[in-house]
Write a protein that binds this ligand. Structure first.
Ligand code: ADP
Ligand code: ASP
Ligand code: MG
Length: 592
């Protein structure tokens, strides 16, 4: 019999009436001949209220007790949902995370799922019950209650769909599907027919709150097609599958992370191991770091900037100050009034001028870019928080995201996923003792790239746009771009990589620009090492393990960029082979 997992988010179960409406949807699915598992979030803003309550008792509550408290929100909703199903004359049993056998690690408030046992759920389903599963929670090996992080009920739903080999996984929420950006911020956002796992994973981790990013890691790893749809209508919604909606557009969506903070460490000795000393302290605290930018040092000192979620700033500064005294850096600055705007699209990898189009739209809107990082399928910029929404609008408009691509695909109802993974691959992954463990797909080196660095770039709107317009107009294919802030007073530096054979041409163009930079330098002798996999940004340990492995062999990291799909580092070309060997050794156990 087909099996379907339905997940109802907080707004979809906010009132007794809405709980009854959700129960009816589940019953209808059962009557259509499916076995049904329903995953439920806490009612309305209950989780927020519980957090508020905890803070009134203790400003810094212990994480274990926080999870004990937060898990009660979902326990209330599953019981009520089961009662609603009974009221309509059908059988239902509610289960907590522990009762379902969702085992996690013990990192309270951000626990990762290790295993899920399906026996009890199967038995209940075979007995004709609708199984009502509490989202967002599990238990560790000592039976302590854990939670998966805000928005984690999506991850419960998709992971259950994976282990139960469900035929469908439906995420019912308060919007009609996945939009090109948050429709609450930009009413002109367009609902997509479908979006690829890679794009959704990237967008979710860059701020598109419609799906918990880790749920998409599961979806991709276990090939679970997800339908995101409205609780309040029968509209078909959007599918998250392996194929993108369009193969011609460079960008499919834009996202905003409003609560970002920037930290810069000044005067870092530019030698192997410095980055590792900094980032290991953040990884130990499970702080998700993004936009790591290191400017190419002048003299023997470099500045390293990165962003973290604002709520983790305090903890981050504590960790960083420790590192500063160990490595002998000169100081730390931070800015807690910044926001990150990102565009994402599989198509950008094959087109030139995409970054320039983004920078141009911001320049025209008079918005200053404080930092830039790019990777294969995303470009992120940091701007002042007060300019976040206008910046998002400018970028959304520049890529015509409100318009439906001419080759837009639409996933058909009942269509089965084309399987890149064989059934045996999936079973093998499921058998693993740790479902959310790091999955790496490839470790590689590219040796035919060159680096170009501009120092002394004034920190004013429009300059990045001018630089990359000239470069794009000349047909130069720009790969990694990083711009950092705060190097010298009011100045920034921009580094990027280009194909080796285009470096001379590129340098000539830059030297001919009417703006004179303090210094334009370049190097043909670089190697780019890449580790690719699934969910790499949220597995903070990857970048750390790379830093450590390279530092242990005396290799200095010159540039770095990270995305959910890949971590790239640029090192001295002479050390390329050694670096590659180090990484292959370090990650041998995690490679699929
Ligand atoms: P639920 O409680 O159902 O899990 P969430 O609030 O977590 O709901 O997610 C739905 C919200 O996500 C929407 O109301 C919308 O404001 C926001 N959102 C952010 N980015 C997007 C996007 N790209 N597409 C759709 N919704 C988005
Ligand atoms: N109730 C939890 C939260 O508000 C989990 C979820 O809704 O997905 O974050
Ligand atoms: Mg949610």
């Amino acid at each position: 019999m087909p099996l379907i997992v339905q997940k109802f988010g907080g707004t979809s179960v906010a009132t007794p009436e809405k709980i009854q409406a959700a129960a009816r949807k589940a019953i209808r699915a059962q009557q259509e001949g499916n076995q049904v598992v329903v995953v439920v979030s806490a009612m309305g803003h209950n989780t927020d209220h519980l957090i508020e309550l905890a803070k009134q008792v203790n400003e810094a509550p212990p994480a274990r007790e926080m999870d004990m408290l937060l898990s009660t929100g979902e326990q209330v909703s599953v019981a009520l949902m089961a009662m609603a199903v009974h009221r309509f004359g059908h059988k239902a049993v509610s289960l907590t995370g522990a009762q379902m056998g969702i085992r996690t690690d013990n990192s309270f408030t951000k626990a990762r799922i290790k295993t899920i046992s399906t026996e009890r759920i199967r038995r209940l389903l075979d007995d004709g019950n609708i199984v009502i599963a509490a989202g967002f929670q599990g238990v560790d090996d000592d039976l302590n209650i854990t939670t998966l992080g805000r928005g984690g009920s999506d991850t419960t739903a998709v992971s259950l769909a994976a282990v139960l080999r469900a035929d469908a996984c439906e995420i019912y929420t308060d919007v009609d599907g996945v939009y090109t950006t948050d429709p609450r911020l930009l009413p002109e956002a367009r609902q997509m027919g479908q979006i690829s796992y890679d794009e959704m994973l990237e967008l979710a981790s860059l701020g598109a709150g419609v799906m918990h990013n880790r749920s998409i890691e599961f979806a991709k790893k276990f090939n679970v097609p997800i339908r995101v749809r409205s609780s309040f209508s029968d509209a078909p919604g959007s599918m998250i599958v392996s194929e993108p909606e369009s193969s011609t557009v460079p960008v499919c969506g834009a996202a905003l992370t409003k609560d970002e903070a920037r930290v810069t460490i000044l005067g870092v000795p530019d030698k192997p191991g410095s980055s590792f000393e900094i980032f290991k302290r953040l990884a130990d605290r499970k702080i998700t770091v993004d936009m790591i930018v290191q400017n190419i040092g002048e003299g023997d000192l470099a500045d390293i900037s990165f962003t973290v979620p604002n709520e983790e700033l305090k903890e981050t500064l504590k960790a960083v100050k420790e590192a500063v005294s160990v490595i002998g850096a000169t100081g730390v600055t931070h800015d807690d009034a910044v926001a990150k705007i990102s565009v994402v699209g599989i198509g950008m990898a094959a087109q030139t001028g995409v970054a320039q189009r983004m920078f141009e739209s911001l320049a025209v809107a008079g918005i200053n870019i404080q930092m830039i990082t790019t990777s294969e399928i995303k470009i992120s910029v940091l701007v002042q928080r007060s300019e976040a929404t206008p910046a998002l609008r400018a970028v959304h408009q520049a890529f015509g995201l409100h318009l439906k691509p001419s080759d837009a695909k639409q996933w058909q109802i009942g269509q089965k996923p084309t399987n890149d993974l064989s059934a045996s691959d999936i079973i093998e992954r499921l058998r693993s003792s740790n479902m959310e463990q790091l999955t790496l797909l490839d470790i590689s080196m590219v040796g035919d790239q060159a680096r170009v660095t501009l120092s002394g770039v004034p920190d004013t709107p429009g300059l990045a746009e001018k630089v990359f317009k000239q470069v794009a107009d000349a047909g130069v294919f720009v790969d990694m771009i990083v711009q950092s802030c705060d190097g010298y007073q009011g100045e920034t530096s921009i580094s990027f990589t280009v194909p080796e054979e285009q470096m001379d041409h590129c340098m000539k163009i830059l030297k001919a620009m009417d703006y004179k930079f303090r210094k334009i330098s370049g190097s043909m002798d670089i190697a780019k090492l890449s580790v690719s996999g699934i969910g790499l940004r949220s597995h903070t340990s990857v970048a750390i393990a790379m830093f450590k492995s390279l530092a242990d062999s005396g290799i200095n990291v010159l540039m770095i960029n990270t995305s959910e799909l890949r971590v790239n580092v640029v090192i001295d070309g002479k050390q390329g082979d050694l670096g590659l060997a180090c990484l292959q050794k370090t990650f041998a156990a995690s490679l699929l």
